[in-house]
Design a binder for this molecule. Structure first.
Ligand SMILES: [Cu+2]
Length: 651
């Protein structure tokens, strides 16, 4: 994880090189690189489009190694149909889509011989329709079946009539290789089409199906992110032992060092539809719909439109109209004009620029959002140029938006008695979720009944790092940011423990037995107690999300708006967030994981199950009786050496 300072420094270096290096692109090469020649001034282009003509249709995606060029820079990546931005797949509600996924990658060097929960199997893949309201039962959105090298697989997706029309995406999702494959480019946009008759006219003028020329797809991928401090791609290749010929560390550059090292210091960009900072031509005053898709695995995007110098401008106006494929209750004017798109999240904007000129779509990590964002790798950089010209047209933002489907009915005011299922999702350090690593595909950690209201608390015990909650099959509604009374994870002697934040007096501070405590557990405990007050003082920096949220009403970017529906949610350090949803239509398994994909690959994933009414909801809680979110049952430990009530991390 890079410190914000380091990131800023890198950005400055990149800007200075841009200003001073004068080589033409033909003089730049893999051994004599230049930072300013990655293909600026490219004309904006959308990905290849695949859409339904009939209600039953099929398509094929081939996964191969392909060469991608940004002028002098040549990269070897695993891609769908050879394109950095996979084809956009547009479906209609009621469609049956058959997808033939053909994995042409090599079995050579695929098994790294590593235990579960480490980056592994760079050439094993599968496919996730991120955000769809769809069954996980094979042959539908099943992410627990691997598609091994040189194998193919047929998925058959039934697009549900209640799937909210909107912006989704697809990506590789095999546990162990998802971070590596998605960071490399295995992703694309998935659209559930609107019906014109369901849209207000003011929205329809800027949207498919009737005005697709104003409906702009924007797939942001970390194709040119190389910072080794944040799992830049060169480092990911090294960690997954990618074939040497596909890597950049075989090139020694002028001035010394490898191309991988040079890229880490000089090239850190998100691409837009696979292009480096392309230019979109727009008409003055016309309203456009931007479908903003964050297909990165690590980084939120903090987006706004600036003038050509990167400063805020009043000449372009934006409204949020949908999050994660679900329309908001009404168009929303953002705080300071800035929108956060979560890792794996989508936001739909309406945009119009009222004065001719050149503008930038830019991500900027604003320090005023630091406390709501927590420590997470953040991106400052341009994504696209907007070239606005022509006589001024008049267009007005809509005042209403299409209504949401019945499975997304407002749950903010449901009576307590109607809440049938309660669960806690707890993010812990070292890729633990609910105090365990990935427990395999049939260890259901919780079962919920189809059609019954769920209320979950989402906790992050990490005192510094943020995580992102993603739940498959159903979206969830954000209800509240609560007082945090759970545990705080602390790193002691290179390992972590959960300590009670609600009781500083000495009760309940070990949740886990540590197997190598030193001479005796008591001796270790004495040493730990001395520094405890000190540890707490520095570790509780991020406490207070409920207070900050109430004070600024969620105005800072890291916080979701209460009542919004989403499928990914940023969970800042020491947060306790209430969500609700109804598991509708599908009894099937449900994957819950952190969508910082390196965390998911290294263990931060679990499986739950939706059962039919009348079936047992008994599940494997598997947190040693110390239920996630609680202080646990360990308050007698270690004073009487009774370890039976405590749970050893990872077992
Ligand atoms: Cu995480």
């Amino acid at each position: 994880m890079a410190s914000p300072m380091r990131r800023y420094h890198t950005w400055i270096v990149a800007v200075l090189l841009t200003a001073t290096v004068q080589k033409g692109s033909s003089e730049c090469s893999m051994t004599d690189p230049c930072a300013d020649q990655l293909g600026q001034a490219k004309v904006f282009q959308e990905p290849t489009q695949l859409s339904s003509k009939e209600s039953s249709w099929s398509m094929t995606l081939n996964v191969d190694i392909s060469t991608v060029s940004y002028n002098w820079l040549e990269l070897k990546r695993r891609l769908y149909n050879g394109a950095v931005a996979g084809p956009t797949i547009s479906v209609k509600r009621g469609d049956q889509l058959t997808l033939n996924l053909i994995n042409n990658l090599s079995p050579d060097g695929n098994d790294l011989g590593r235990p579960l929960d480490m980056l592994n199997h760079p050439n094993t893949t599968n496919f996730h329709t991120h955000g769809l309201h769809i069954s996980s039962k094979p042959p539908q959105d099943d992410v627990l079946t691997p598609i091994e090298p040189l194998k193919q697989h047929q998925y058959v997706y039934q697009i549900h009539k209640d799937n909210s029309p909107g912006t989704y995406w697809y990506h590789a999702h095999w546990h162990g290789s998802s971070c590596f494959q998605v960071a490399g480019g295995m992703s694309g946009i998935l659209i559930v089409e609107d019906k014109a008759s369901d849209m207000p006219a003011e929205l329809s003028v800027a949207s498919c199906p009737e005005n697709c020329d104003k409906d702009i797809q924007l797939l942001f991928q970390p194709i040119l992110m190389f910072d080794q401090n944040s799992r830049g791609f060169g480092k990911l290749q090294e960690e997954t032992h990618d074939y040497r010929g596909f890597r950049t560390d075989g090139y020694v550059v002028a001035g010394g060092g490898t191309l991988t090292e040079w890229l880490s210091d000089n090239v850190n960009y998100y691409t837009t539809n696979g292009l480096f900072q392309p230019t979109l031509v727009m008409s003055t005053g016309e309203m456009y719909r931007f479908r903003l898709v964050n297909a990165g695995g690590e980084t939120p995007l903090e987006l706004y439109v600036t003038d050509s110098a990167g400063n805020p401008t009043l000449d372009c106006d934006t409204r949020e109209i949908a999050i994660d494929g679900v329309y908001l209750s009404k168009p929303h004017k953002m705080h300071d004009g800035q929108t956060m798109v979560n890792p794996a999240g989508r936001v739909d904007w309406l945009v119009k620029c009222n004065v001719p000129g050149v503008y930038k779509l830019r991500s900027f990590a604003n320090a005023s959002n630091d406390l709501s964002m927590g420590v997470i790798y953040r991106y400052t950089g341009d994504l696209m140029t907007l070239d606005v010209s022509g006589p001024a047209a008049e267009s007005a933002f809509p005042t209403t938006l299409p209504s949401r489907p019945s499975n997304l009915r407002d749950l903010r005011n449901v009576p307590e008695a109607d809440i049938e299922g309660r669960f806690v999702v707890e993010f812990d350090p070292d890729s633990y979720i609910n105090r365990q690593l990935w427990m395999g595909p049939t260890n259901y950690r919780y079962k919920m009944t189809l059609g019954k209201v769920q209320e979950w608390h989402i906790l992050n015990t990490d005192n510094m790092l943020s995580h992102t909650l993603h739940i498959h099959v159903n979206h969830f509604q954000v209800i509240s940011y609560n007082n945090y009374t759970g545990s705080v994870a602390m790193n002691v002697s290179g390992d972590w423990y959960l300590a009670s934040v609600s009781d500083m007096a000495g009760k309940c501070y070990f949740q886990y037995e540590k197997s190598d405590l030193g001479p005796t557990p008591q001796a270790f405990d004495a040493g730990f107690r001395e520094t405890r007050a000190q540890l707490f003082a520095s570790k509780l920096h991020y406490l207070g999300h409920n207070i900050r949220f109430a004070e600024d009403k969620g105005g800072t970017l890291g916080y979701a708006r209460l009542g919004d529906w989403m499928d990914v949610l940023l969970v800042p350090p020491l947060a306790n967030i209430t969500i609700r949803f109804v598991p509708a239509d599908f009894d099937c398994y449900v994957i819950v994981h952190c969508h910082i994909l390196a965390h998911e690959d290294t263990g931060m994933m679990m499986v739950l199950k939706i059962v039919k009414e009348g079936e047992s909801t008994a599940a494997d809680v598997q947190s040693g009786g110390a239920y996630p979110g609680t202080c646990g049952e360990c308050d007698r430990y270690p004073f009487n050496n009774d370890t039976t009530l405590c749970h050893k991390k990872g077992t």
